[in-house]
Every structure is written in structure tokens, then in C-alpha cells.
Design a protein around this ligand. Structure first.
Ligand code: SAM
Length: 249
């Protein structure tokens, strides 16, 4: 590599972190903009600038992203892009990108592409030769992992388990021998059933439930599935949850 090769970290042209922040959005580029998972302060300066400058924001939840933009005094046209309209909307977004518009995509919360329809759009964009740029920020599973106290050196993110009991139990059985820390997203109304299945299939391993991260009622519960069930008693768990389970010893 010669001295001005931008791929060479020692090159004259390699950007320092300080100078890398001030570029404006590029036409025809898809930006994956991470937004807060609760606390509105958990957004980067770069994310706000990109949201301000792009031609269009495709939001999984327009109400949610609208509130965020309002909080930061940003006025922007929002287009809804979610799991139920992705097949119809993604080609339209690609068309806009090909017409040299810049597009930001936001998730309901956190990083687009993690357990949401962002992935579908990214695949399509790559196939069409469109540049995709990540704007990093909050993501629920990573915040949960680092406070869990479970090993962070190797982990397996499993997203949502199947909703149907038979398929959910089958997946847990397949994970029985996994040595890495297991991470799941789960809805509160399926939590009790999931704990029963975990208790029966994976046994009394360490479990951590990270609830309502970065929000007013943030809570981290630690224990075996049995202990967690007992500590909750008859109370139904509420809010958003990340569940982490110790890998097999
Ligand atoms: N893209 C998001 C991310 O980066 O984490 C995740 C989207 S997924 C559809 C939503 C799930 O993330 C929720 O059901 C919950 O399991 C988890 N989640 C989101 N916000 C959370 C929070 N504040 N506390 C705990 N879990 C959260």
C-alpha cells in the first residue's frame, strides 16, 4: 500500500476519529440510524444530524420516531416501514435511493436490522448495489448483556423464540448443549411460559431478566428460572424484556 492509500491505516489519508464526524449525508445512501431504547438522551450527535439531513425517514413506528424527532426539534417526512408492509414498501424505498435520495431507516427502538424489518431492506439494497451506512447506538441485547454478569466473551443472540409452544420447546432443546451465553427477546405475556420451558429443558442455570432498560422502571432480575418465578409470585411481569441464560458448563 502506498502512503496515501485510504485502506492503509498508516496512510496520510486515514481519517482521525476527530475529523471523521463532520461529513454530510450522501445522495443515494441508505443509513441505518440507531435510536434510543427508552431514554431519549441515548442517541448520538451523528444520528441526529443524519435524521436532520436525509431526504426521507422510513420508520418502523412513525409515532415513536415522530416523538423522537419532535423532542429534538426536527421536522421530517416519515414513511412507515414495518414487518407487515415491508414487501410492498422496500422496493419503493429502493426506487427513491436509486433516484439519488438519501434514506434513513429507524427501528421501533434501538438498532435497525436487529429483530426488525431493517434486515429485509438491507438485503435488497445490497443486491441493488446501494451503499448502506450504519449509524451506531443503543441496542437492547448488548446493554442487557453487559449488566448481566454472565460471560460476555462469547454469546449467541437468538432473538425471539417461536411463539408456538412445540416449536419453542424444540428450539430450546437444540440449544441445550450451547456453551455461550444465550440471549433472547421476549414479550411479557409469554415470559412465564418461557421460564417454565427453560426450567424443564435447560435446567436450573443462571438466568438474567433485563426489564425496561434505560427507562424509569428499569430492573435487572437474577436467579434460576425457579427463583425468578418465585420472586415474581403472582405478579405478571410488565414492559420490555431481554432474557439471558448461562451457557452449558
Ligand atoms: N432493534 C431493537 C434493538 O436494537 O434492540 C429490537 C427490536 S425488537 C422488535 C423489540 C424487543 O427488544 C422487545 O420485545 C424487547 O425484547 C427488546 N427491547 C427493546 N427495548 C427494550 C428495553 N428498553 N428494555 C428491555 N428490552 C428491550
Amino acid at each position: 500500500m502506498n502512503k496515501s492509500d485510504p485502506m492503509d491505516p498508516n496512510s496520510d489519508k486515514a481519517e482521525s476519529p476527530a475529523s471523521a464526524g463532520e461529513t454530510s449525508v450522501e445522495p443515494g445512501v441508505l443509513y441505518l440510524v440507531s435510536t434510543p431504547i427508552g431514554n431519549l438522551e441515548d442517541i448520538t450527535l451523528r444520528a441526529l444530524r443524519v435524521l436532520k439531513e436525509v431526504d426521507l425517514v422510513a420508520a418502523e413506528d412513525t409515532r415513536h420516531t415522530g416523538m423522537l424527532l419532535k423532542h429534538y426539534n426536527l421536522q421530517k417526512r416519515l414513511i412507515s416501514y414495518h414487518d407487515f408492509n415491508k414487501k410492498r414498501k422496500a422496493p419503493l424505498l429502493i426506487k427513491r435511493l436509486k433516484a439519488n435520495q438519501s434514506v434513513a431507516v429507524t427501528s421501533d427502538a434501538g438498532t435497525p436490522g436487529i429483530s426488525d424489518p431493517g434486515y429485509y431492506l438491507v438485503q435488497l439494497a445490497i443486491r441493488e448495489g446501494i451503499q448502506v451506512v450504519p449509524i451506531p447506538g443503543a441496542t437492547a441485547f448488548l446493554s442487557a448483556l453487559v449488566v448481566s454478569g454472565l460471560p460476555t466473551d462469547r454469546f449467541a443472540f437468538e432473538g425471539f423464540l417461536p411463539a408456538k409452544p412445540g416449536k419453542r420447546r424444540k428450539r430450546l432443546k437444540e440449544l441445550h448443549e450451547e456453551k455461550r451465553t444465550l440471549i433472547f427477546y421476549e414479550s411479557p405475556h409469554r415470559f412465564a411460559k418461557m421460564m417454565n420451558d427453560v426450567s424443564e429443558i435447560l435446567g436450573q442455570r443462571r438466568v438474567v431478566v433485563a426489564r425496561e432498560l434505560t427507562k424509569k422502571f428499569e430492573e435487572i432480575l437474577r436467579g434460576t428460572p425457579e427463583e425468578i418465578r418465585k420472586s415474581l409470585g403472582e405478579h405478571k411481569i410488565k414492559g420490555e424484556l431481554v432474557i439471558l441464560i448461562e451457557g452449558k458448563e
